[in-house]
Design a protein around this ligand. Structure first.
Ligand code: GLN
Length: 474
């Protein structure tokens, strides 16, 4: 086990000489090598990581280091880092190198984080199991016969197996919260617009958000404070001030009201998960939180609305991969049209193709009104449900997933069953609100169970504070 619990303790131990950051990076690299079978990383940057570690170690000792000094971070392979490979776990971006750095990653670097490598994920972040990756599955470190969740499966596996301190993920419909739940760690998807998307490969632009995985609430809050804020390079990023999340962690107002929505406890939910979330609710109640019922009647349409709108956006966003501009190009084509068709047919995986076709269909003349426009209206109603609920409560508590981590191969032949994994997570992306997974126990097989905390837009502080209370006392 690592000789520190969170970044403040690590930094202090580096500063006193008790921990060497360089040795710490070497031990992470060794652990990654030892646990290669997890397949958590697509690329490693050992030389850069060691060089930065030496510089940062010096800065820490001199007292000039940034907020994330000492933290070793892995980055999901959908975010750009200048001069490093960017594949989105797709054959179509084979041998592609980023020409600039994503704002989120740059902010981490500017605060002296050490970037150790890029993590495996589902192709273009489409999936719930990491089984749709050109690099092969990543495994769940708790039980290697099971999936780590997806799409940010490599990031979750890396943090849960302690192959780094924190990992960045992205969440379009649950891709941070679901794998965090499957691997028994913390994960947050912020409010849409809280964090810049510049340098993030687009999947569904009005849903995508960058967040992170961590083993402690403090680490998660520290990274989110650094990454959040307005970015001139992303016009959808918000100019709202970013609260000092880590400093506020213990300022909990115990009078927070917690909402429970029965729509999230219906058919399909594992009884053991239901029990664990109810236990947490009882604990919060006993500790002075108000708990009340809320209703989110449009919840039953979330999966349908999500898969119509995100596939529509994906079909447009993925049109840029045509074999002409960059990435993979089919070798033998006799015309330009052939070249487009062959490159895309040969290099996209089957789930990505399915989404491009679905998205093209829902946007096509004659179907646009019936599917796309209707789903947009439903999205608005789902958001209104949450607006109404958050008039009454500060936090809504739900399960993160209907089941614990499933076996590799169990759902891959049944896309609908796979999509139903996202039943509790897509609503936050449809409504643009922040959501977090908090580990709350294990089931009878020893697999992690997660609870989801949801809050109103830009109320990340409430999530961090309640999560901190749960982490310290539950
Ligand atoms: N599992 C969901 C999907 O396949 C969510 C993906 C994500 O959040 N990137 O669309």
């Amino acid at each position: 086990m690592l000789p520190y619990k969170c970044i403040s303790e690590k930094k202090q131990k580096i500063s006193s000489g008790e921990i060497s950051l360089k040795d710490n990076v070497i031990s992470f690299l060794n652990r990654i090598e030892d646990q290669k079978d997890l397949n958590a990383f697509n690329f490693l940057f050992p030389d850069d990581a060691l060089a930065v570690a030496a510089i940062v170690e010096d800065k820490i000792k001199k007292g000039t280091a940034g907020k994330l000094a000492g933290m070793v971070i892995a980055v999901k392979d959908v975010l750009s880092i200048k001069d490093k490979p960017l594949t989105c776990s797709s054959k179509i971006l084979k041998n592609f190198t980023s020409v600039y750095t994503a704002t989120t990653v740059q902010k981490l670097i500017d605060e002296d984080a050490v970037i150790i490598g890029k993590t495996n994920c589902d192709e273009f972040a489409m999936g719930s199991s990491n089984e749709n990756s050109a690099f092969g599955n990543a495994l769940n470190p708790i039980d290697k016969s099971r999936v780590p969740g997806g799409s940010s499966g490599g990031s979750a596996a890396a943090v849960a197996a302690r192959l780094c301190d924190v990992a960045l993920g992205t969440d379009t419909g649950g891709s941070i919260r679901q794998p965090a739940s499957f691997c028994g760690i913390y994960g947050i998807k912020p409010t849409y617009g809280r964090v810049s998307r510049y340098g993030l490969t687009a999947f569904a632009s009005s849903f995508d958000s960058v967040g992170c995985f961590a083993n402690s609430v403090e680490d998660m809050a520290s990274v989110m404070q650094v990454m959040s804020g307005r970015d001139e390079l992303d016009s959808t990023s918000s100019p709202k001030d970013v609260p000092p999340y880590p400093e506020e962690l213990n300022n909990l107002n115990k009078k927070f009201t917690i909402g429970i929505a029965e729509e999230y406890f219906g058919k399909g939910l594992s009884p053991e998960i239901k029990l664990a979330v109810e236990k947490l609710l009882g604990f919060l109640n006993d500790n002075g939180f108000n708990t009340v019922k809320v209703t989110l009647p449009y919840s039953k349409y979330t999966i349908a609305a999500y898969y119509i709108l995100t596939t529509a956006e994906a079909s447009s966003n993925l049109a840029r991969y045509d074999g002409a501009h960059y990435g993979f190009r089919s070798a033998d084509s006799s015309s330009l049209i052939d070249m487009y068709r062959n490159s895309r047919s040969e290099a996209f995986g089957s789930e990505v193709k399915r989404r491009i076709m679905l998205g093209t269909y829902v946007l096509s003349a004659g179907y646009y009104d019936a599917y796309y426009r209707k789903a947009q209206k439903v999205r608005r109603l789902i958001k209104t449900d949450f607006d109404n609920a958050f008039q009454k409560v500060d936090i809504i508590l739900t399960p993160t997933t209907p089941t614990t981590a499933f076996k590799i191969g169990e759902n891959i032949q049944d896309p609908l069953q796979m999509y139903l994994n996202d039943i509790y997570t897509t609503s936050a992306n449809l409504a643009g609100i922040p959501g977090m997974n908090v580990p709350v126990g294990i089931d009878s097989l020893g697999l992690p169970i997660g609870a989801q905390l949801l809050a109103g837009q830009f109320n990340e502080s409430k999530l961090f504070q309640v999560a901190k209370f749960i982490e310290s006392n539950f």
